[in-house]
Design a protein around this ligand. Structure first.
Ligand SMILES: Nc1ncnc2c1ncn2[C@@H]1O[C@H](COP(=O)(O)OP(=O)(O)OP(=O)(O)O)[C@@H](O)[C@H]1O
Length: 346
C-alpha cells in the first residue's frame, strides 16, 4: 500500500531532457498559445478498489427507452459498507472576506454516482476544486481513501486512486489537434508509442461517439463535441500498464449549454464510463465513482443516483434522486420547482 500522496496541483506540460522531440513540440506549441488546459491529478492512496462488476442495476429514473441506459450498472449496490474513496470533513474556504464553504462534510463511496446541486455561487465548483486539490481548505480536511492530503504536491506516476476534474468549459488546448488533446497525458507521461497512443485515442473517441475527428482543431468542433472530447480525454488511460488505477471523476456542469438531446448523450456517456458498467464499446470501464455538479434536471435524473444540496456554505440536504421532487425540505422544494417564493433569496 502506498503511503505517498502525489498530485499535479499546478500541472503544466514539462519540457525536460526525457521528453521526446515530438512531445516537446506539442508542449511548446501549447505554451505559446497560452490556452488553458484540463488539470488532472493523480493521488496515490492506500485503498484498493473492489473487483469490477458487471451489474444490471439501473436508476429508477433511467428512461426505459434508452438502450444504452439498459446496459449501465449504477449505484444500486452501493451501501454504507462500500469503501469511502473521498471524504470532506468540515471543509471551510473563504476568498478574501467572503466565506464560501462553512463546514462541508460528506463521503463518496466506491461505486457511487453523486450529484452536487444548489443555487449559483454557493460553492459547488469550489468544493470540486478542493477535492481535486486545486484549492486548499482553510479549515477541515479532505481525506482520500482515509489519508489526509496536505497541500499541493508534485505530479508523478504513481499507483493508487486517480482524481480527474473535467472543467465546464472542456478546457481543450486550442493549438493542439483532437488527437493531441485526448492523448496528451499519454504523450507526456507514458512509454507508449505514437501508434499505440493514436489507436487508443481513436478507441476512446469512438467510446464517446466521435469518429474521424482526430485531426480537427478544437475551433472546428461544436460545444457538444468539445465536451465529448474532454470526456474522452478524461477516460483515456495507459492500457499497457499492469495495474489500472481506479479513478474518481469530477464533472463541473458537463451539460451546461447543450441542447436537450446533446445533454442526454453526455449524461449517458458519463454513466457508461462508470466502472460498474460498460463504455459505449461494450468494454469495462475503470471509473470507480463520479461526482457531477449540475443545474440541469435531466442530468440529475439520468446521470446520478444520490444528491448533495449545497446552500450557504453547507450541505443542507442529502437524498436519492427520486427523493428530489418529493422531499419536504423547503429549500430543495423551492429549488426543484424554480419558485421565487421560499427560503432561497436572490
Ligand atoms: N478564485 C476565486 N477568487 C475569488 N472568489 C472566488 C474564486 N472562486 C470562486 N469565487 C467565488 O466563490 C463563490 C462560489 O463560486 P463557485 O464557482 O464555487 O460557485 P458555484 O456554486 O459553482 O456557482 P455556479 O452554480 O454559478 O457555477 C462565488 O461568489 C465566486 O465568485
Amino acid at each position: 500500500m502506498s503511503s505517498s500522496i502525489v498530485s499535479s496541483a499546478n500541472w503544466a506540460p514539462r519540457l525536460d531532457s526525457s521528453t521526446p522531440r515530438r512531445r516537446r513540440s506539442i508542449c511548446t506549441r501549447q505554451k505559446l498559445s497560452g490556452a488553458s488546459w484540463t488539470i488532472r491529478r493523480r493521488i496515490a492512496c492506500s485503498c484498493s478498489a473492489p473487483p469490477r462488476k458487471g451489474g444490471d442495476g439501473r436508476s429508477a429514473l433511467e428512461s426505459p427507452t434508452s438502450s444504452l441506459s439498459e446496459n449501465l450498472g449504477v449505484g444500486k449496490e452501493v451501501n454504507e459498507e462500500s469503501e469511502v474513496l473521498i471524504e470532506c470533513r468540515d471543509v471551510h474556504k473563504s476568498f478574501g472576506d467572503k466565506q464560501i464553504l462553512k463546514g462541508v462534510s460528506f463521503k463518496i463511496r466506491h461505486g457511487e454516482a453523486v450529484g452536487i446541486i444548489g443555487p449559483s455561487g454557493t460553492g459547488k465548483s469550489t468544493i470540486l476544486k478542493v477535492m481535486a486539490g486545486l484549492l486548499a481548505p482553510d479549515k477541515g480536511k479532505v481525506l482520500i481513501c482515509g489519508k489526509q492530503r496536505h497541500g499541493l504536491v508534485s505530479d508523478e506516476e504513481i499507483s493508487g486512486l486517480r482524481i480527474g476534474l473535467v472543467f465546464q468549459s472542456a478546457a481543450l488546448f486550442d493549438s493542439l489537434t483532437v488527437r493531441e488533446n485526448v492523448g496528451f497525458q499519454l504523450y507526456e507521461n507514458s512509454h507508449m508509442s505514437e501508434g499505440q497512443i493514436s489507436k487508443l485515442v481513436t478507441k476512446n473517441l469512438e467510446a464517446v461517439g466521435l469518429r474521424g475527428v482526430e485531426d480537427r482543431m478544437p475551433s472546428e468542433l461544436s460545444g457538444g463535441m468539445k465536451k465529448r472530447v474532454a470526456l474522452a480525454r478524461s477516460i483515456i488511460f495507459d492500457e499497457t500498464k499492469e495495474v489500472i488505477e481506479p479513478e474518481v471523476l469530477l464533472y463541473d456542469e458537463p451539460t451546461a449549454g447543450l441542447d436537450p438531446i446533446a445533454s442526454t448523450v453526455v449524461e449517458d456517456l458519463i454513466r457508461s464510463v462508470h466502472n460498474t458498467g460498460q463504455d459505449a464499446l461494450g468494454q469495462m470501464a475503470k471509473i470507480a465513482s463520479y461526482i457531477v455538479v449540475t443545474h440541469q434536471h435531466s442530468t440529475i435524473r439520468r446521470a446520478v443516483d444520490r444528491l448533495l444540496f449545497l446552500y450557504e456554505g453547507k450541505i443542507v440536504w442529502e437524498g436519492m434522486t427520486d427523493e428530489f421532487n418529493t422531499t419536504a425540505n423547503p429549500i430543495v422544494r423551492q429549488f426543484a420547482s424554480g419558485s421565487l417564493d421560499g427560503p432561497i433569496r436572490y
